[in-house]
Structures are given as C-alpha cells and as structure tokens.
Design a protein around this ligand. Structure first.
Ligand SMILES: [Zn+2]
Length: 82
C-alpha cells in the first residue's frame, strides 16, 4: 500500500514539473531587430535601411541598434524608409 502511494506521488511530481516548464524560451528575439542611426546631434531620425537617402547625408558615424535604443536617444522613425 505504501509502495503504491509512493509511486503515485512520484508520477504526480513528474507531471507537475513537466507542465511548469517555460512555454517559449525565445522571448529575447524581438530585440534583435536593428535600426540605423546617424550619431550627429542634428540627426533626428532612425532608419530601417542603411542605404536610406536620409542616412547617406550623414557625415558622422552610423550605428545600428535596437529601435527602442534609438528612441531613448530621442530619435523618431524616418519618413522615407518607414
Ligand atoms: Zn530613412
């Protein structure tokens, strides 16, 4: 009787731990989307393409970063490539 109870509780524990596994481990993937930012102070936009006409006028360093990072720098989406 005790043996059956032990077996049942082991089965229950394995079922519980299996169902509490994280469903999706790929949550960080959305931050991989990069935009291009001209590091000039007069630049106000970030670009989806490195060959955008607005970005080609840039005489400073062009950096790729996440869109949220660009927004934190005070940039908005470029009207030409968005
Ligand atoms: Zn652009």
């Amino acid at each position: 009787m005790l043996r059956t109870l032990l077996l049942a509780s082991i089965l229950l524990l394995t079922t519980l731990s299996a169902s509490t596994l994280p469903a999706s481990p790929a949550m960080h993937r959305s931050t991989a989307a990069a935009v291009f930012v001209c590091m000039s102070k007069s630049s106000v936009a970030y670009h989806s393409s490195s060959s955008c006409a607005g970005l080609n006028r840039c005489t400073h360093e062009v950096r790729s970063m996440s869109a949220s990072a660009a927004q934190e720098l005070g940039k908005r989406a470029c009207h030409k490539c968005y």
